[in-house]
Design a protein around this ligand. Structure first.
Ligand code: FAD
Length: 493
């Protein structure tokens, strides 16, 4: 038979579940990527993610052609379209005369609705989907009473207990690659061979290249190799934003330019390796990958977390709103709160589309618990800015920070932005990198410049209010307001 593989957030040839399944099942297989106008038409013209996808799709096209050539097939290209899935995918399927369309699961609510609409529009042609994006999905890891987990540690223990080598085995595509089919002479108007120029999609170049963010499977493999040289130090290094501690693979996981099975496999194998130090770094990293699965299954079982608190009683919390809150929110977005670590972190996300995990926790806590602003405002801002934006992880992270989500810690554990700064950026290296106007301050003055000795400020030529803002709130006062704000939850219990 003939089959079409519709690639979405799985932009790689190797170890791709849908591609593997199609190549095994069919005698002629085409692959398509559609630039989805339902998503893209709402984005600004300069969006790093669109450029990341564009570059990665171009590499995918080259990889597919090369793979087919190894198997003696010429004329194989990736079909690339620009349009709306519900119309374009059935049109292409009909033009190619395929019996089935293969794709990988995307469990975001909007993607599920899209896939249901496409499946209906395909009529007699079936849409067959596979797990690919996580190790365990949906209801694969449940409690003994068959309910979903809402606390991470027991989920992780059950996940590790369930894990067998077969769960991490790669879906080989090479032995079957001979069935990749050359393109027909004519394609529907919305499609062509390979990627069109970014500009023709209505987008422009960003600073992605300048930032050195490597795209495509080759970029993912490069980062993985680099990280595996450092993984033994991960447990300590990951907390310090000035240090190259984490893997920076999140954007690749987001768009599937790297396989989660491969990452879980290499780290899991390391946890079994002799030598306690080495095993530990890999264990902690694997645990982060399990957090990712965890938040995906939370979203699957509780789609209401999009827009509402995971713990419903927290919907009673009254957040600040009105002009003052809007101005404080703007100060947070633009990195002018007067708290150097918070402002440096916001400069990092605004300039690069990445933010270190420790800083995501710090700024999310600052927004909700120092400024009293609704976590949903921050979640939406991150969704626009992050290269690795992922609905499940972002929502989970924000609800965790706001204490409305899956967290075993009570709400009155409130991060102190100054002690976080002293602890995790002790030499102020991260702050100085993103706030050059504070670079000359000595370490003792950099975490809370408003408390600095006048001489320290004068010697560094820093005048607060001129070169750098005064703090927009006092942490101790904000803390008291937050405890009062959240007390409605306690009262409701
Ligand atoms: P590494 O430390 O190398 O971790 C490896 C991988 O594990 C990550 O790429 C990611 O896929 C996964 N991971 C790590 N920590 C978490 C976590 N807490 N939850 C879920 N998965 C995790 N991650 C996203 O991928 N997209 C988001 O939109 C996102 N938003 C966040 C918002 C907030 C408020 C918070 C606190 C965290 C958020 N995270 C998000 C989780 C985490 O901060 C990033 O995954 C991590 O910083 C990415 O960098 P890395 O790949 O170098 O991480």
């Amino acid at each position: 038979g003939r089959a079409l593989v519709w690639l979405r957030r799985d932009l790689r040839v190797d170890d791709n579940a849908a591609l593997h399944r199609a190549l095994v099942a069919a005698r002629e297989v085409w692959c398509v990527f559609l630039f989805d106008r339902d998503i893209l038409d709402d984005l600004p013209a300069a969006d790093r993610r669109v450029e990341f996808i564009h570059e990665s799709v171009a590499e995918l096209d080259r990889d597919l052609a090369a793979l087919a050539a190894e198997h003696g097939r010429a004329g194989v290209r990736l079909i690339v379209g620009h349009g709306r899935p519900v119309a374009a995918i059935p049109e292409l399927a009909a033009a190619l005369g395929v019996e089935a369309v293969f794709a990988n699961h995307d469990d975001d609510p909007a993607a599920l609705a899209r896939d249901a609409a496409v499946a209906a529009a395909l009529g007699g042609t079936r849409l067959l989907t596979s797990k690919d994006h996580v190790v365990f999905e949906r209801s694969e890891v449940l409690t003994a009473t068959r309910t979903p987990y809402s606390v991470f540690t027991p989920y992780k223990n059950a996940w590790l207990k369930k894990l067998a080598p077969a769960d991490l085995r790669a879906h080989a595509v090479r032995p079957h690659a001979g069935v990749l089919a050359p393109l027909p002479d004519r394609l529907p108007a919305a499609f062509a061979a390979g990627v069109p120029p970014l500009e023709s999609l209505g987008f422009e170049r960003t600073n992605l290249g300048e930032l050195g963010i490597a795209t495509g499977s080759s970029g993912g493999q490069h980062l993985l190799a680099d990280f595996l040289d450092r993984i033994d130090d991960y447990e300590d290094a990951r907390n310090f934003p000035a240090v190259k501690g984490p893997s920076y693979l999140s954007v690749h996981l987001r768009f599937g330019t790297v396989s989660i099975r491969e990452l879980a496999r290499v780290s899991w194998e390391r946890t079994l390796a002799p030598g306690p130090a080495g095993a530990r770094g890999a264990q902690v990293w694997l645990s982060e990958l399990i957090w990712r699965d965890f938040y995906h299954q939370v979203l699957h079982h509780h789609p209401r977390v999009v827009g509402a608190s995971f713990k419903p009683e927290y919907d009673a919390v009254a957040w600040e709103s009105g002009p003052v809150a809007r101005e404080l929110f703007a100060a947070w977005c633009e990195g002018r709160t007067g708290y150097p670590l918070v402002d440096a972190a916001m400069a990092q996300i605004n300039q690069t589309g990445y933010m270190h995990n420790r800083l995501r926790m710090v700024v999310a806590s600052f927004l909700t618990k120092d400024l009293g602003i609704d976590w949903r405002w921050g979640e939406a801002y991150f969704a626009r800015q992050l290269n690795d934006f992922d609905l499940a992880a972002n929502n989970g992270g924000w609800q965790w920070a706001a204490s409305t989500g899956c967290d075993a810690q009570p709400y009155f554990r409130i991060f102190n932005p100054v002690s976080q700064s002293e602890k995790f950026d002790p030499g102020g290296r991260f702050i100085r990198r993103y706030l050059p106007q504070l670079a000359a301050l000595p370490d003792r003055a950099i975490h809370a410049p408003w408390d600095a000795a006048p001489l320290d400020l004068a010697l560094a030529d820093v005048e607060l209010g001129r070169d750098y803002p005064l703090p927009v709130v006092r942490h101790d006062e904000a803390r008291a307001r937050t405890l009062a704000r959240y007390s409605v939850v306690k009262a409701a219990r």
